[in-house]
Design a protein around this ligand. Structure first.
Ligand code: G3P
Ligand code: MG
Length: 386
């Protein structure tokens, strides 16, 4: 019979009379899950933390569906009822971007129109279009998308008439411009059709103020602004996850949304002859803003867990457990908490990081601790904190 690994359990202390002054933040892919399969010991470890009433949150650069749906999915996979307040994914902070709520946004990434639905129904963006809508409305915009026609037809929506009346004021515009103005480009999750998504993004970055089908007059109306690209009022590009690699069910790390960003940067530098940096606003780990957003969520969840949290119940330390030196570790190491908490980074060997490779590889950083897996990470964290 196979010898089951002895389940390593902690002394699950009785519920504390005082509120613990520490907590955990767990990355998901490569720490708790490999795609849909729980990492051995992960579920039990979260159960032990729950029993010991040690607060924890899940902080992932993943996304592509609503927080509600993902939390339900994670609760089933990890066999633990997780609270929505414990969960932050790559595009969760987009819910706070109110300045574009009445504007027209292009939402890129994910399966079907799931991300567009999240933007509309969960985050309040009223005018959301997808690459499927655009390739269906303007089939010639990318000649090679015909192979995906049936896929896009399943969920493409007609462009709302009130959105297709905004003609750019540039007299030199081609008569075929589309009278559609995109005010911002969001990449919520890994693009599935990089060719179409790159084409649309480049079209808009070269456009006159986000009018699809135009070229900015600032760039001599040429396709290749060889004499130096001049920034017109192009729509801002908001990216939700810079991960170049991530750990899935494949035995080697897979290219993440950061790979799409790199491809876009390569195209942009070629098109502009290296005369213009690609202006982007990037969310997700390792960004400071993402960790601040996560700590606010963690503090709110901790208060909910214990009822009132008084001034004598400070949160002094958070253990960030991750598999990616470039996002989880770099982010926790560099995070300066406005609340005064200290974040320690624990790198596990069950994901992107492989023993023997440099933790500083691919823009990573040296963690506080390197341990085998999430079970050992929690054991060490609880001992370190006590
Ligand atoms: O798309 C998900 C991937 O970029 C990494 O996710 O959970 O390891 O932050 P995670
Ligand atoms: Mg990970």
């Amino acid at each position: 019979s196979t010898c089951l690994p002895q389940r390593r359990t902690f002394q699950t202390a009785p519920p504390p009379t005082t509120i613990p002054d520490y907590a955990f933040a767990f990355d998901i892919d490569g720490v708790l899950l490999h795609s849909s399969t729980p990492v051995p010991g992960a579920s039990e470890t979260l159960h032990d933390l729950r029993a010991a009433r040690i607060p924890f949150i899940l902080l992932t650069n993943g996304g592509g569906t609503s927080e509600t749906a993902r939390v339900a999915d994670l609760s089933a996979k990890l066999n633990l009822d997780l609270d929505l307040d414990q969960f932050i994914q790559s595009h969760t902070p987009f819910a706070d971007i109110h300045e574009y709520h009445e504007k027209t946004v292009l939402v890129i990434g994910g399966d079907y129109d799931n991300c567009a639905r999240v933007a509309r129904e969960d985050y309040g963006f009223q005018n959301v279009v997808t690459p499927a809508d655009l390739i269906t409305a303007y089939p010639d915009i990318w000649p090679f998308a015909k192979v995906f026609k049936d896929y896009y037809a399943q969920f493409a929506r007609p462009l709302p008439p009130h959105l297709t009346t905004q003609k750019s004021l540039n007299p030199n515009d081609h008569p075929l411009t589309h009278n559609l103005k995109i005010d911002a480009i969001f990449v919520y999750n890994d693009p599935r059709d990089w060719a179409l998504d790159l084409t649309l993004t480049i079209d808009l970055l070269l456009s006159h103020a986000g009018h699809l089908g135009t070229l900015s007059p600032l760039n001599n109306n040429s396709n290749l602004p060889n004499n130096g690209y001049q920034q017109d009022s192009q729509p801002p590009l908001l990216l939700s996850n810079p991960d170049l690699w991530w750990s899935s069910s494949y035995h080697l790390p897979r290219l993440g949304q950061g790979g799409f960003h790199a491809a876009l940067r390569g195209l942009w530098s070629t098109i502009t002859n290296n005369t213009a940096d690609l202006q982007t606003r990037t969310f997700g780990k390792p960004m400071q803003g993402t960790y601040e957003f996560a700590e606010r969520r963690l503090r709110g969840y901790r208060k909910k867990l214990f009822g009132q949290v008084g001034l004598n119940d400070p949160l002094r330390r958070v253990y960030m457990v991750g598999d990616n030196p470039a996002s989880d570790i770099r982010g926790a190491n560099g995070y300066v908490s406005p609340f005064g908490s200290e974040w320690k980074s624990v790198l596990v060997k069950t994901g992107v990081y492989r023993e023997g490779t440099s933790a500083n590889g691919f823009g990573g950083e040296k963690p506080t601790k390197v341990l085998q897996d999430v079970t050992e990470a929690v054991r060490w964290g609880m001992e370190d904190a006590e």
